[in-house]
Design a protein around this ligand. Structure first.
Ligand code: ATP
Length: 352
């Protein structure tokens, strides 16, 4: 029997994490960068839809399991890479078993893999006693992927550069979300390549600034300013999606969506609603038309943090995570790493 459910009354060793999805409320491609990526300006938003991630202490190896056939169980899994990177950075020998129950559609532009990776970083930072916090984890997060840093913060945030420079926004968006999974993924790389062929350098227009100021003023039409520059390329890449998207958009708009958009590079399409009854109607209309659709809600930064504070408090009580605690090796341990000590003083999530 797993010690985590032994009923001994002692705190469990298993950590249960919620790994939330995101949508891009807006996404502007400003142009290609020297490093081969694209300069972006995007409005990220976490939503309540989440994967469940369980972590169990292991003496040495890092392994993963997932109930979704398209999610690899080896080092191609972003959650595994996060654990490996953190262990290597801290110079530890400890291991972890990662079990992922997927609810976030895979390859849907909802950031599932990136979110799983950030969740693993935040939790292992605590149970391995590293104390890196957001600040110290940020450079590791951006090495794992452009969307990973956002999931250290959550809420409504502006993403600049590759999307990995993240700034929380004062107006946090609150609303109901309906997400449609058209049942086929779209390759992010292929969409960006296609985008390059048609990209005319975008005027450095203040669209997101205008959105923020109108939203702050309480103007209901603020969302009309937002768009996703990857949408045309994604639909060219997956022409079979185009017809579906028109149909989906028609239903969402009819039921009163403030915003309808592709998320990231697709393939998920979503509608944002002010009221639950509108979202409920849109959701059931989509199901009636044979679409796979889920209802969710936006998760503000405050609520995202509170969720993590609760999770990390549980992590602080978890037992069995100190095996090999003194197992530093190499010269990248906190004492030996030039940045380790400084970054260890980074903000702790439970103190902000
Ligand atoms: P991106 O735009 O970053 O490619 P996405 O949000 O569209 O991501 P994900 O669900 O993150 O979609 O999956 C993208 C790819 O990453 C899939 O091909 C999947 O096999 C792979 N992958 C690796 N690790 C994970 C993980 N932990 N969860 C989901 N997918 C993962």
């Amino acid at each position: 029997m797993d010690r985590a459910v032994s009923g001994s009354g002692r705190p469990p060793s298993v950590l249960r994490l919620r790994s939330y999805a995101k949508v891009n409320l807006g996404l502007e491609v400003l142009g290609p960068r020297q490093d081969g990526y694209h300069e972006l300006r995007t409005l990220f938003q976490t939503i309540e839809l989440h994967d469940d991630v369980e972590l169990r202490p292991r003496r040495a190896g890092i392994s993963a399991r997932c109930d979704h056939p398209d999610v690899p169980p080896d080092e191609r899994n972003l959650a595994v890479r996060a654990a490996q990177l953190l262990r290597e950075y801290a110079g530890l020998r400890r291991g972890v078993e990662i079990v992922i129950t997927k609810r976030i559609p895979v390859g849907g532009g909802l950031g599932g893999g990136s979110s799983n990776a950030a969740a693993v970083l935040l939790a292992l930072d605590r149970v391995w006693g590293l104390g890196l916090g957001f600040d110290g984890l940020h450079p590791l997060a951006r090495r794992l992927g452009a969307d990973v840093p956002f999931f250290l913060l959550g809420g409504t945030a502006l993403g600049l550069a590759r999307g990995d420079e993240v700034y929380p926004l004062r107006p946090q968006v609150e609303g109901e979300v309906v997400i449609v999974d058209p049942g086929r993924g779209v390759s992010t790389a292929a969409v960006f390549t296609r985008c390059d062929d048609t990209l005319t350098p975008r005027e450095n227009g203040p669209t997101i600034f205008r959105f923020v100021s109108r939203y702050l003023e309480g103007k209901g039409d603020a969302f009309r300013l937002l768009s996703n520059d990857l949408e045309a390329a994604a639909l060219e890449e997956a022409p079979d999606l185009a017809g579906k998207v028109n149909h989906i958009q028609g239903i969402l708009v009819r039921e009163g969506a403030l915003l309808t958009s592709l998320s990231g590079s697709g393939s998920s399409y979503f509608g944002l609603f002010r009221e639950a009854r509108q979202a409920r109607r849109a959701h059931s209309a989509l199901l009636d038309e044979g679409f796979r659709a889920v209802r969710s809600r936006t998760l503000t930064m405050d609520r995202y943090r509170k969720s993590w504070v609760r999770t990390l408090a549980q992590a602080g009580r978890a037992r069995g995570w100190d095996q090999g605690r003194n197992g530093h090796h190499g010269n990248h341990g906190r004492q030996g790493h030039p940045r380790g000590r400084r970054e260890a003083q980074g903000l702790r999530i439970d103190r902000v």
